[in-house]
Design a binder for this molecule. Structure first.
Ligand code: ADP
Ligand code: MG
Length: 473
């Protein structure tokens, strides 16, 4: 058995109107080479202009990841040539990245785990290449899109932890509204570094890097495959080679290149971009725009007594969580609020294929209906039916109740007369009860509900049925 060590380098494209250093549009399109300005092509004489919105979003994310932030914004040049980098250098940050020494906490199977963030920096995406038979095509739409890179410390110890970390990170991007973070559009992608060591080893083993994995399921598959592959090498007493590998569709990883000596990128401060002071005023303003994040909400819900899995379901989406917070402000019945939201509302959103913001039923409408159940004015079954009808027809549940004159029958005299009629209709079941089968009482409650269009109070009905039958014994 070996100890698994994983470190991730996550890239995330920021959502902005224009690119990081040019005025070309930052929008996703299938039409190649339409969002391109001279800066993105690296033409001679170009001068970059820094995108304020991109800086704000990178700073906001760094703060959401509990990072230390710099006193000024500085960019650096990383010099190398590749066909997807027409300038011959990438503008990035090494001197003063937007974030250092951060941390992210989350639950893995109900237990708290904290991943340390080494740094977060802002850079520009490269163009994208499509390799054909004996030529390659270049699409410059991606060239210069603001790209955040988040590098973790080597402190992740399993595929599950890695995936939960990535899910948490994506939700931070979505909660902070800095990116749409869609893996299938390459807006969020990561490099996975992994090595194995014996429990008794004092130094990390040789790491292998797997580049540009988009889907979280592929991250999991790549890690699991590498654990198996590296274990087999070490079991044989052989050495793992330091190399870059890629994951293929078969879920296996294949060697791309062995790691040569570290490339010298001849970094220096980007001379065409003047430093910008980051005052406390700016930092406080950006910080105030960070909403309460997913993990804090999960903990708050668990403290209220909600199950871990329900807390996770509700907090996964900011809008759903906001809806739930509004709902529980207006009702004391936490249990019903949780069940109806996670089962009825989320189920219906799925079926109707709409977001919670498009739902006609407001949290107040839902809370009013739940209150009617808590006050025993309505049976839970009846209220649920009203809710389904309200969602289908886009009507306030209270309107349905008013219009159809629905109310719960709790009046005992009224109920007893209904119950006596049912005893006459079901002599067999009455006899069964008298002969000792107590369960038949529930069948009789069902009959009462049927007869009253579900308006009878089921609790009171059961009580009265038992009392009447006991008297007949
Ligand atoms: P490099 O110099 O090869 O780029 P870095 O030290 O910059 O390596 O780390 C790059 C990434 O690799 C980080 O996410 C880090 O956590 C991870 N990493 C570093 N060493 C190891 C290791 N032995 N096993 C697994 N991951 C590692
Ligand atoms: Mg590195």
């Amino acid at each position: 058995m070996y100890k698994v060590i994983i470190g991730l380098e996550v890239h995330c494209e920021l959502k902005t109107n224009s690119k990081n250093f040019s005025s070309a549009k930052n929008t996703y399109t299938n039409m190649p080479n339409v969002n391109v300005m001279p800066v993105d092509l690296g033409l001679p004489g170009i001068l970059p202009v820094v995108n304020k919105e991109a800086c704000k979003k990178a700073l906001k994310t760094a703060m959401a990841l509990n990072c230390e932030t710099p006193d000024e914004i500085i960019f650096d040049r990383k010099n190398y040539y590749y066909p997807d980098l027409p300038k011959g250098y990438q503008i990035t940050q090494v001197t003063k990245p937007f974030g250092r020494n951060g941390s992210v906490s989350f639950l893995v199977n109900g237990e708290e785990k904290t991943v340390l963030i080494h740094q977060l920096h802002l850079e520009e995406d490269t163009a994208s290449l499509e390799h054909c038979s004996n030529y390659s095509l270049i699409d410059y739409n991606r060239s210069g899109i603001p790209l955040m890179e988040i590098v973790t410390e080597p402190c992740i110890y399993s595929a599950d932890e890695a995936v939960r970390f990535l899910e948490t990170l994506r939700n931070i991007f979505l909660y902070c509204e800095v990116s749409e973070a869609k893996s299938d559009k390459g807006q969020m992608r990561c490099d996975v570094n992994i090595s194995l060591m014996k429990d008794t080893d004092t130094e990390f083993g040789t790491k292998v890097e797997m580049k540009n994995i988009n889907a979280f399921t592929s991250v999991k598959a790549a890690i699991e495959y590498e654990i198996k592959r590296q274990s087999e090498i070490l079991d044989k007493g052989e050495k793992v080679i330091q190399e870059t590998r890629r994951i293929d569709e078969d879920g296996k990883t294949y060697s791309m290149r062995e790691k040569v000596d570290a490339v010298d990128y001849k970094y220096y401060i980007e001379p065409n971009l003047a430093p910008v002071k980051l005052t406390d005023e700016i930092k406080n303003k950006v910080k105030s725009e960070i909403p309460e994040l997913e993990y804090s909400r999960i903990k708050r819900y668990i403290d209220l007594g909600i199950s871990v899995s329900d807390a996770e379901t509700i907090a996964r989406d900011k809008n759903i969580s906001n809806y739930f917070d509004e709902l529980i402000k207006n009702t004391n019945d936490l249990n019903t609020a949780t069940n109806w939201l996670t089962i009825i509302i989320l189920g219906s959103l799925n079926k109707l294929n709409i977001s919670i913001n498009e739902l006609f039923i407001t949290p107040t409408m839902l809370a009013n209906l739940i209150e009617k159940v808590s006050n025993k004015e309505l049976s839970s079954q009846l209220a649920k039916n009203i809710l389904y009808e309200a969602m289908e027809k886009n009507i306030d549940p209270m309107e349905i109740i008013k219009k159809s004159n629905i109310k719960q029958i709790s009046n005992e005299d009224e109920l007893i007369s209904i119950i006596k009629n049912i005893f006459d209709e079901c002599p067999e079941q009455v006899n069964e009860y008298l002969n000792g089968n107590g369960k038949v009482a529930n069948f009789l409650v069902g009959k009462v509900m049927q007869k009253t269009n579900k308006q009878a109070n089921p609790g009171t009905s059961l009580k009265l049925i038992k009392e009447e039958l006991e008297r007949m014994k």
